[in-house]
Design a protein around this ligand. Structure first.
Ligand code: PLP
Length: 450
């Protein structure tokens, strides 16, 4: 469902680079959705977990990208979150797209994107997908081994090839170099084979690992890319594009952009086109997930009599919390609504923690222990997903001053990257969760017509 931006505009503030902006809007959308769920009479599925997506956040990240990396054209890595509204927005903003499969290419083409704005950035491709890309005129693609070159020669000889090189990905969250990338010892041989096969080397690609925290990884990779450009030129190719991959994270974006820009200016003349494949940078903060507490188990310490609770939510590691397993994330629960506090989500102070609720004079904890540093009562919880699998744990320990019970709602921020894209129907739970869209940026609303 698309909600008109005007419905949520109260309280939206303007923010600087990297700063969060949309407290009231997201809070109002979360509250409005759960108000429509009658906990006593709702149909199965009506209380399912759902997302609120602030499409304005994606817009801001794009503007931030353009300010800090004006030379680099982003090709959004749709594997990270193939949300149709995100694709529509980024397409309208002129971004390109990084696709890894036929289905992703198909989705991007259906959004109305020209084939020339797509890079098939999977060095080891399925043959039938290559036949499809040839038919669709999607020409840009990466490779990193000789077998792939023979495959491309057979099925897509007009391809514009990017030789993906190995990088030092040791400072990244999700390492990719054990699987992809030609070592610098092999690049000469690969280029020579491409020449022999009369293929077209359009440039070089790399990826420093997803969730890269050390900007210096980009510096070495650009230096190595320069070496490969020179090797290609010596063989008579005319490489024209460098693809610096993904790995950008919001927290360190400005630092990374500065270091990368300096390396590009040093090694790549302005005639070389630069593209990138950012994924999580664009969507991570834009999506907030709300989950319903479907069950609770009380655990009483025999010695002290102190009670703690196991909370069971209707989403877990086989669903949108797949990011815990696949993306090494630790999502942090926050209280959205409890029976005693229907307005527990303090959307006027969006990041309100239990602490600020206590500061405002509110106290609810009757069980649990005290935080001796602050003297405030704290209840201890562990948070679990809905499946019958013991591995389905969202947080082993979470403390709150709030009493959370069956039917209450929790929410989790920063759930936009590598979450719903890998959700499964394990145990029969849904993998299709509703997304309520809001827009905290007039520019985004205008482009999307809402
Ligand atoms: N490009 C490729 C080839 C990838 O494998 C990935 C992630 O695995 C990305 C881009 C996106 O990376 P990130 O989300 O860290 O920007």
């Amino acid at each position: 469902s698309i909600k008109p931006a005007a419905a949520y505009e109260d309280g939206a503030e303007h923010a600087q680079d990297g700063e969060r902006k949309t407290p009231a809007m997201i809070g109002a959308a979360l509250q409005k959705h759960i108000e429509g769920v009658d906990p006593h009479n709702c149909e199965a599925g009506e209380e399912d977990a759902f997302f609120v997506a602030d499409i304005g956040e994606v817009y801001r990240q794009h503007m931030r990208w353009k300010r800090n990396l004006p030379r680099v054209t982003p090709h959004y890595a749709i594997k990270c979150n193939p949300d149709p509204m995100v694709l529509r927005l980024l397409s309208a903003l002129g971004a390109g797209f990084d696709c890894a499969s036929k289905a992703e290419i198909e989705q991007v083409l259906k959004t109305g994107v020209e084939p020339s704005r797509i890079i098939y950035a999977q060095p080891c491709k399925t043959k039938s997908y290559l036949r499809y890309t040839a038919k669709q005129n999607v020409k840009q693609m990466t490779f990193d081994n000789t077998d792939e070159l023979y495959k491309v020669k057979e099925l897509c000889p007009g391809a514009e090839l990017y030789l993906r090189i190995l990088t030092d990905d040791s400072a990244s969250l999700c390492r990719l170099s054990q699987k992809f990338g030609a070592s610098m010892d092999n690049t000469q041989e690969l280029l020579a084979l491409a020449k022999e096969l009369d293929l077209n080397i359009a440039g070089v690609a790399f990826h420093v690992g997803s969730g890269a925290t050390d900007p210096s990884a980009f510096v070495q990779a650009v230096r190595d890319a320069r070496t490969v450009f020179d090797q290609a030129i010596d063989l008579g190719f005319h490489p024209h594009t460098l693809d610096v991959g993904g790995g950008f994270v919001s927290e360190t974006f400005e630092d990374t952009a500065a270091v990368l820009s300096a390396a590009l200016d040093l090694h790549m003349p302005p005639t070389i086109r630069i593209i990138a494949e950012p994924g999580r940078y664009y969507t991570s903060a834009a999506f907030t997930l709300a989950c319903n507490v479907i069950a609770r188990r009380t655990v009483e310490d025999r010695d002290t009599g102190v009670k703690s609770y196991m909370l069971y939510l209707n989403d877990g590691v086989y669903g949108n919390f797949s990011s815990i397993m696949f993306d090494h994330q630790h999502p942090i629960p926050q209280v959205l609504r409890t029976k005693r506090r229907p307005d527990a989500f303090d959307y006027k102070h969006y990041s309100a923690s239990s602490e600020s609720l206590m500061d405002s004079g509110y106290s609810s904890a009757e069980e649990g222990s005290q935080d001796f540093a602050t003297g405030k009562p704290q209840i201890e919880y562990s948070i679990w997903g809905p499946t019958c699998d013991g591995i389905d744990c969202i947080a082993e320990k979470w403390t709150s001053a709030e009493t959370v019970d069956v039917g209450d709602w929790l929410y989790f921020e920063d759930m936009g990257a590598y979450t719903k894209c890998s959700a499964r129907r394990f145990n029969g739970f849904t993998d299709k969760h509703e997304t309520v869209y809001v827009s905290s940026e007039a520019g985004a609303s205008a482009l999307l017509g809402f």
